[in-house]
Design a protein around this ligand. Sequence first.
Ligand SMILES: Nc1nc2c(ncn2[C@@H]2O[C@H](COP(=O)(O)OP(=O)(O)OP(=O)(O)O)[C@@H](O)[C@H]2O)c(=O)[nH]1
Ligand SMILES: [Mg+2]
Length: 363
Amino acid sequence: MFSLILPTYNEAENIPELVRSIKNALACVPHEIIIVDDDSPDKTWHIAQEIAHDQDDVHIIRRVGRRGLSSAVIEGFLSAKGDVFGVMDADGQHDESLLPALYEAALANGGISVGSRYTEGGSVGEWDEQRYLLSRIATKLAMSLCKVKVKDPMSGFFAVHRSTFEKVLPTLNPKGFKILLDFLVHVPKETRAEEIPFTFGKRMHGESKLSRRVQIEFLEYLYDVALGRFIPLVFVKYCIVGSMGVIVHVSAFSLISYFFAGAAEPTFRQFSLSVAVAIETAVVFNFLLNNAWTFSHVRLKGRAALVGFLKFNGACLFGALANYAVSAFLFSFGFAKILSVVVGAFTGVIWNYTMNRMLTWRH
Ligand SMILES: Nc1nc2c(ncn2[C@@H]2O[C@H](COP(=O)(O)OP(=O)(O)OP(=O)(O)O)[C@@H](O)[C@H]2O)c(=O)[nH]1
Ligand SMILES: [Mg+2]
């Protein structure tokens, strides 16, 4: 049996027509269709529920309070009954007439079959040059990480045998958009993969969800898979935010001291006040960006954000004290000035990162 997953977010206009054409294409293959919808504002889930009500081989999973293409697909696979699981976009860009071939190929090789835009005979259709170029670069980057090589590891149109899915399940990192890539990165080397060419079509209705955020998540995913076990991605993001915080700090200091003293040299009092306000400006900036990006998976909202902000201030203060203590200790033991300061700064960063992970954004 073939279990086809359709991940959906705001695809209400596409679903009825798509389900009809998939059922025609799969007339000779025992199948089920599982729509996994993330509580779409356009009520795709409601339309899917109506279809599922009348048709035994269509099922709907409505996820509330969660988003993510990859995790939606995994959730669909986990509830599927078939021997082979397939995935297809719900916007008409994938050619449903290839579904039987994808099913047969994964059933026969026990591994993966991919609807491929980059193998001979396939094409990206009507993409503009910029999207084509970005996709080629992303594909090359992605390929270097794959244990099993195919020409289109970023395709969203593929099938996988149940046995391969079950082998790889514990190691998957279903973040973002590229679930096939995650499979190819984690499956055993000897897994077989076959590519079947197709031409990427045009979206029937609705809008693309391939946002900038999704593209940044893709880069984060690549980092995580390549280097994440040596230096965790969250720490790298924390340091990036910290570096931007330094720029904010210096800019805020210049502005505020200009406000107090104009072009003249500030008095000691004006200088100290400018530094204090600049520090707090940077702390606010760092907190907001860390909350929105670094720790987006445990983002604080409302009252919790206010309490978190106070803890963040406390952790930064301790970080600064640790920084000072280590620098002063090393310097008093005769270490070079610059070395003492650099080691102190690193200690401060690691200290306040650890405290913030444990206190401010703990799970
Ligand atoms: N369940 C779920 N489905 C999603 C989510 N994001 C996207 N999808 C679905 O995943 C499929 C692919 O998304 P698209 O926006 O078409 O992305 P794309 O095909 O790479 O980009 P375009 O060529 O611009 O359409 C569609 O069926 C979307 O409805 C999500 O967060 N949750
Ligand atoms: Mg699409």
